[in-house]
Write a protein that binds this ligand. Sequence first.
Ligand code: G6Q
Length: 546
Amino acid sequence: MSDAPQPIEQSTEWWELAAHQAEIADVHLRELFAADPTRGDRLNIEVGDLYVDYAKHRLSDETLTKLFALARRADVEGLRDAMWAGEHINVTEDRAVLHIALRAPKGVVFTDEGHDVVPDVHEVLDRMASFSNRVRSGEWVGHTGKRIRTVINIGIGGSDLGPRMAHEALLPYAQENIDVRFVSNVDGTEFYELTHDLDPAETLFIIASKTFTTLETMTNAHSARDWALASLGDDAAIAKHFVAVSTNATEVEKFGIDTDNMFGFWDWVGGRYSYDSAIGLSLMIAIGPENFTEMLEGFRLVDEHFRTAPMEQNLPFILGLIGVWYNNFFGAQTLAVLPYSHYLAHLTPYLQQLAMESNGKSTDRWGRTVGTQTGEIVWGQPGTNGQHAYYQLIHQGTKLIPADFIGLVSPAHEVGGHQDIFMANFFAQPEALAFGRTAEQVRADGVPEAQVAARTFAGNHPTTSIMVPELSPKVLGQLIATYEHKTFVQGAVWGIDSFDQWGVELGKKLAQAIIPELTADAAPALGHDSSTSALIRRYRKGRGRA
Ligand code: G6Q
């Protein structure tokens, strides 16, 4: 680990931003736009297919200059270059962070401890493509000779959220005669709901687990094996109905899966950065290898942009630093992500893990307690549904909630005049949030005086608008890479390790100790606090145990 630098919040750049915030805090977006009529034409950036407008933020050119200075002070570019060089920037796990190699074309070199990993990546991608094609064409059949109609990905966290989100996003590209489903929760009702209508002879399970030891995934995997064997009868059926995505060949073999049917990845791919690795096998089966490759190209386009564009014209830098501006200088706690696309329903849960597991840390890379706020709390669901639920609080509540609006020019399916109505909302909401509605405007509408205050909108609520031509594999790749690198920028500014997840590891251990206390026939000695022990006793009673 390099020598600890001065904590970022003690730097001159930080204090200059804090002083600047005090000057700008009361400036309204109405004033910023009035002072510079070209603001909307200037404060935007186009990267690949992404058009990103950041004009409706409570910042000036001076703010941006100061934020870039802060990023220079934190040496975000240095850390980015170290990631590209394969240095072990995941310091607490002593690992390289090379998800960028997952989308590198053949011939480009990424090394982990002197070993070029790109040929390994392509070897797995090629095997995934060949397997996907066999399932898609019907050449790969189940134990009884029936073709596979349903693929179920069993995984959780990073081994679920990415493929689940991307599968939903790219549903219009999915092959129609194969149904791809996702089981993640150890709540058996999910397993039941997703399997009870299926014929095991036509079902293929992908057990997706980097470690192949995760309690939820292994419990679901064993239930799946029991479910399949109850009908197929013969252990030999496992080879036709189960494949694994893992880094742990020993455990895969123990489970009974032929390691020929195992698709590997590596410890330099973090779970939440892994859906473009073999963890995306379910997605590749759904959309086909060509679309998957196009998605990787989208990722790569933004990777190259992030690696090479000057900070001032670098989208992940701009978005990451704007997040720092609100999180650290305005006291904002959350970021609402509001996609105007039904197909992006799982984007927010995916981004929650990306942002909150990566940057929800209170120790810095040098082992010190951080002296400032870190991770943004990400929440939200697709518009326009949210408009009829929680937008009220964003518009007229007391909290500052920056929001990302994501909209498409062309939907996958044109239905009547829906898209224009839909997108009218996408444009209207950020406008209303920024400019509000003054008491004079409300009065001019003939609103009775008694209601004027309640119907006034203060405005000055900041938003980013991301507009893309369509939701294609390539666009999705660009969008996700942007958020990945945005998360990187923020973690680097805060000086934290965005690539470990000790909080998750703790959760993996905690329940293990309690399981025998729930299942024991005789009343176990409970050594918990009185609250936990009382809850466990009540549960045992409900289950008919002493
Ligand atoms: C992601 C985390 C975590 C992980 C799951 C599943 O970055 O590490 O969400 O992906 O806990 O782990 P396995 O893939 O090992 O089952």
